[in-house]
Ligand binder design. Structure first.
Ligand SMILES: Cc1cc2nc3c(=O)[nH]c(=O)nc-3n(C[C@H](O)[C@H](O)[C@H](O)COP(=O)(O)OP(=O)(O)OC[C@H]3O[C@@H](n4cnc5c(N)ncnc54)[C@H](O)[C@@H]3O)c2cc1C
Length: 385
């Protein structure tokens, strides 16, 4: 699947990673820690191994200590991780985009101190945008950073924050003024030096990794911990979204691909009415539809990644990829459950877990509805928000 698009180098990188994931990582997330929280030590050990294959390290240039892979290669590697475990794909995604933000916007002293640990898989970052009253509209962020001499004092609450329990530091989007477009600023909070309180959130799926509430109560941070200039928070967040959405599209693609693989395997083994169910035309039709949608999701996702690599604006194409791939994941995972019959709703089979994970995918990094509004605005020039 998709081989026609890969160079020989990409083929080797993907194959090596796939073999490692199948042998070492799949059993951890599909059996040992299925739906159980993976402790930080264990998750850290896995992240260290993945960094050697170019995960997280690939998205940062060699000049700043990364492997400097192109976006499409990084995305292909990420698709393999997401196909193996959606849980694991979350810390990989968040550490990758924390690293990109540090590389692109952080002052040298923060970049030099915090980037190497992320690239080696030794530390975890959280990126805190969402709040209890702030989801789809980031302009409404309430968490305040008030200047106090050469420090800022931060008060507020973040929610749905990935990596929260693992995090060594938090890149926090704060309000520094009431200016609608220039009122947001990023700060780096070191968990030991500028302590913030973290509480885990239990969800329908993806409970092997951390999603958290973060409470900030009079947290004093030096002004030098600002990332980018004051008022750059919205601009930097939006420029990150274009890239991170393509990765969340690959997360949806990974769930969908795994669901298809599981369904194909089962359809070839399960016998009813005197033959394997793959031989029943309605099952074949369902598999055909699933496979076509997996490939369509991949084509949209790869196209957006190639445009980003080429430096071409890809806001609409990234939105199309995220929208289509994550909605396709929901449908394909449900079809995979259907093909498994009663077995599909038991914890003995992976498709039950995939169906719960798929439901989550259309929400983060801009919901399906927000992607539709972005596409609509690009088509007509008329914005809905
Ligand atoms: C597993 C997970 C991990 C996450 N990780 C992070 C993280 O690391 N950092 C972080 O900052 N956030 C994170 N988030 C938060 C995520 O970005 C938000 O949940 C998402 O942006 C939606 O916001 P909300 O949940 O407040 O929904 P709301 O914005 O309240 O939306 C509720 C519903 O209304 C719809 N809606 C909203 N506005 C409009 C409109 N104008 N027109 C039409 N429909 C509309 C939405 O599409 C949705 O269906 C994560 C979320 C999840 C589930």
């Amino acid at each position: 699947m998709g081989h026609v698009f890969r160079t020989q180098e990409q083929e080797m990188a993907v194959d090596g990673l796939r073999r490692f994931l199948a042998a070492e990582i799949d059993p951890v997330f599909s059996r040992e820690y299925r739906d159980r929280f993976v402790p930080r030590e264990r998750m850290g050990a896995i992240m260290r191994q993945l960094s050697e294959y170019g995960l997280v390290s690939g998205v940062v240039s060699e000049a700043h200590g990364g492997m400097g892979l192109d976006w499409l290669t990084s995305l292909m590697l990420y698709e393999e991780v997401a196909t193996t475990s959606c849980d694991l794909s979350v810390p990989v995604l968040i550490n990758s985009f924390g690293a990109v933000l540090l590389e692109k916007a952080a002052p040298a002293h923060l970049r030099e101190r915090y980037l190497p640990g992320l690239l080696r898989g030794e530390s975890f970052v959280s990126v805190g945008i969402s709040e209890p009253d702030v989801g789809s509209n980031v302009l409404e962020i309430k968490t305040r950073a008030r200047r106090d001499g050469d420090h800022y004092v931060i008060n507020g609450e973040k929610t749905w924050i990935s990596n929260g329990e693992y995090s060594d530091f938090l890149i926090c989007t704060c309000r520094t003024s009431d200016d609608p477009r220039r009122g947001l600023t990023h700060f780096l909070l070191d968990r030991k030096e500028h302590p913030y309180e973290v509480r885990g959130i239990h969800k329908i799926g993806l409970n092997s990794q951390s999603t958290s509430q973060i409470f900030l109560s009079d947290v004093r941070v030096p002004a030098s911990n600002m990332i980018g200039d004051e008022g750059d928070g919205l601009k930097n967040t939006l420029s990150l979204f274009e890239r991170s959405r393509v990765f969340v599209a690959a997360m949806g693609l990974g769930i969908a691909r795994r669901a298809l693989e599981e369904a194909v395997r089962y359809a070839k083994e399960r016998r009813q009415h005197g033959k394997v169910i793959a031989g029943h035309q309605l099952i074949a039709a369902m598999l055909a539809e699933m496979a076509t949608n997996v490939d369509a999701a991949r084509l949209l996702t790869y196209r957006a990644a190639e445009m980003i690599e080429a430096g071409v604006p890809a806001e609409m194409e990234a939105a199309m990829a995220k929208y289509f791939a994550c909605e396709a994941a929901v449908t394909i995972a449900r079809q995979a459950v259907q093909i498994h019959g009663g077995n599909g709703v038991t914890t003995e089979f992976l498709v039950e877990k995939l169906a719960r994970e798929a439901i989550v995918a259309p929400i983060p990094e801009g919901t399906t509805q927000m992607q539709q509004l972005i596409i609509g605005r690009a088509l007509t020039g008329v914005g809905a928000f």
